[in-house]
Write a protein that binds this ligand. Structure first.
Ligand SMILES: NC(=O)c1ccc[n+]([C@@H]2O[C@H](COP(=O)([O-])OP(=O)(O)OC[C@H]3O[C@@H](n4cnc5c(N)ncnc54)[C@H](O)[C@@H]3O)[C@@H](O)[C@H]2O)c1
Length: 423
C-alpha cells in the first residue's frame, strides 16, 4: 500500500498493485451539528481517516479533536485546505463559506463533501460544479434526508410504476418555532442565502425530485414572508450557531412555491421556520398519480409509521401502511457512498486509464446545482411577484446556464410581497 503526499496527485489513483484502495485522508471543517456529524462518520467508516479538524470554538475543537484522535486542530478553514497531503475536504460551515472553501479545495486537487445547500446562489453553485469537473474530483452534497429508509422504500416501490404518472406532488417542512438561532448566521441573508426555503425546503425539494425521477423544474411562482422572525418570534436555541452575529433578521420565515416540471407535472413546495401551525417539526411529501398515491409524513422526526399508500381494490379506496423502520444516520449513508465513489476512481484499474478520461463523470454536484437554481428562482419570484423561469445547466456537458433568472408572466398581484414580506 502506498501513500502519496504529493499535492499534485493527492486524491489520484493508487498505483500500487494492491486491490484494496488506501484510506482517504480527510480534513473536516466545522464543529456544529454538521461538522461533528461529518467527523463522526468519516472517523468511524472504513476507507477514511480524519487527520485535520477546523473550527472557531476553541474548547469544542479540542474536545472533539481529542475524542476522535485527530492530529491537527486549527481555527481557520484556510489552514486545512492548505494541507497538501489531504484527499478530502468536508465542509460543515455557514452556507456562504461553502463556495470559497470548495473552490480552493477543488483547485488544489481535493475531493469535496459539502453540506447543503451547495451555495447561497445558483451562480456560485455552478462555479463549484465547473471547478469539480475541471479538476475531475468528486463534489458530493449532504442531501441526507433522501437516504431515509422510508424514502428509499418509496423510491424502490415507485420503480415498478404502481401509481401511474404522477401529475402533482406536495412537499413541505414546517416548524412551529424553529428559527435556528435567532440572530445567528442562519437569519442573515449574506451568510445563509435565505431562510427556511434554502435550509429546509431544499431537503424536501431534493426528496421530491429524487422520488419523481429527476424532472427538470422549468418555472416557479412563489411567495415569502418574514412576519414572525422579523418580530423576534419563533426562535430556537440551536447548538454552536446560536451565537448572535448582531446582523438583522433579513430572511423569510415562511415560503411557498408552485413549481412546474418539463414533463407537465408540478410540485407545491413549502417551508417554515416559524408559523402558527403544528407544534413541532412536520415533514411531508405527497405524490398524486393517475392510478394511486403515496404519502411520506414524518411527524417530529418519527422513525416508524411514516408511509401511506393509496390505491383502489376491487373499485374500493384502499390504504396500505408499509412497516418500514427508519434508523438514524442518513449522513453516514451519504458519506459512505461518497467514500466509495472517490475510491472507485482511485482503483488500480483506474490508474491505467488515459489521463483525459474523466474518472468521476456525473459526480460533480450537478443535481445539487439544479436545486440551487430552483431556490434562486423561488426567491426571485417572491421578490418580484411573478412566475420565474429556472435557468437550465446542461448536466451532461457541464455547460452553464447563460440566461439570468427571467420573468415569464406578467404580475398577477397575488404572488407578490406584502409590506410584511422581508424578501
Ligand atoms: N444536512 C443536514 O441535515 C444539516 C443539518 C444542519 C446543518 N446543515 C448545514 O451544515 C452547515 C453548518 O450548519 P451547522 O448547523 O453545523 O452550523 P453551526 O453554526 O452550528 O456550525 C458552524 C461551524 O462553522 C465554523 N466556522 C465558521 N467560520 C469558520 C472559518 N472561517 N473557519 C473554520 N470554521 C469556521 C464554526 O466555528 C462552527 O463550528 C450549513 O450549511 C447547514 O445548512 C445541514
Amino acid at each position: 500500500m502506498t501513500f502519496d503526499h504529493d499535492p499534485a496527485t493527492a486524491g489520484d489513483a493508487d498505483v500500487s498493485t494492491s486491490t484494496t484502495p488506501r484510506d482517504l485522508r480527510v480534513g473536516v471543517i466545522g464543529l456544529g451539528f454538521a461538522g461533528s456529524t461529518h467527523l463522526e462518520a468519516f472517523s468511524s467508516l472504513p476507507g477514511a481517516t480524519v487527520v485535520a479538524l477546523a473550527g472557531q470554538e476553541e474548547a469544542r475543537l479540542h474536545e472533539l479533536g481529542s475524542a476522535s484522535g485527530v492530529e491537527r486542530l486549527v481555527a481557520d478553514w484556510q489552514d486545512v485546505v492548505a494541507m497538501d497531503d489531504l484527499d478530502v475536504i468536508s465542509i460543515g460551515v455557514p452556507n456562504a463559506l461553502h463556495h470559497p472553501i470548495a473552490m480552493a479545495a477543488l483547485q488544489s486537487g481535493k475531493h469535496v463533501f459539502c453540506e447543503k445547500p451547495l451555495a447561497t446562489t445558483g451562480d456560485l453553485a455552478a462555479e463549484m460544479v465547473a471547478a469539480a469537473r475541471d479538476a475531475d474530483r468528486v463534489l458530493e452534497v449532504a442531501y441526507n434526508h433522501r437516504r431515509r429508509a422510508d424514502v428509499a422504500f418509496l423510491a424502490d416501490w415507485l420503480a415498478d410504476d404502481p401509481i401511474g404518472d404522477v401529475y402533482h406532488a406536495r412537499a413541505s417542512w414546517m416548524r412551529r418555532a424553529g428559527v435556528p438561532g435567532m440572530g445567528s448566521w442562519f437569519t442573515n441573508k449574506s451568510a445563509s442565502g435565505g431562510g427556511p426555503m434554502i435550509d429546509l425546503g431544499s431537503h424536501v425539494l431534493d426528496i421530491a425530485l429524487h422520488l419523481l425521477g429527476e424532472p427538470r423544474v422549468t418555472s416557479v411562482s412563489a411567495v415569502a414572508y418574514g412576519v414572525l422572525g422579523a418580530a423576534g418570534r419563533g426562535g430556537r436555541v440551536y447548538g454552536v450557531s446560536s451565537t448572535p452575529t448582531g446582523a438583522a433578521f433579513d430572511v423569510e420565515d415562511f415560503s411557498s412555491a408552485l413549481l412546474r416540471f418539463d414533463d407537465g407535472g408540478s410540485l407545491q413546495l413549502q417551508a417554515s421556520w416559524a408559523s402558527y401551525s403544528k407544534v413541532h417539526e412536520d415533514i411531508e411529501v405527497e405524490l398524486l398519480g393517475a392510478t394511486g398515491g403515496a404519502r411520506l409524513h414524518v411527524d417530529d422526526y418519527a422513525t416508524d409509521g411514516t408511509l401511506t399508500l393509496y390505491s383502489d381494490v376491487l373499485g374500493q379506496p384502499a390504504v396500505t401502511r408499509p412497516v418500514v423502520h427508519v434508523p438514524s444516520g442518513h449522513h453516514r449513508t451519504v458519506i459512505e457512498g461518497f467514500i466509495a465513489s472517490v475510491q472507485a476512481g482511485q482503483a488500480p484499474g483506474g490508474a491505467a486509464s488515459p489521463d483525459t478520461t474523466p474518472r468521476y463523470p456525473g459526480r460533480y454536484g450537478e443535481y445539487a446545482l439544479h436545486r440551487s437554481r430552483v431556490v434562486d428562482a423561488i426567491y426571485a419570484s417572491a421578490e418580484q411577484g411573478r412566475e420565474i423561469e429556472v435557468p437550465q445547466d446542461d448536466p451532461a456537458s457541464g455547460d452553464r446556464a447563460t440566461t439570468p433568472t427571467t420573468t415569464v408572466t406578467p404580475p398577477t398581484g397575488a404572488a407578490g410581497r406584502t409590506e410584511e414580506t422581508t424578501r
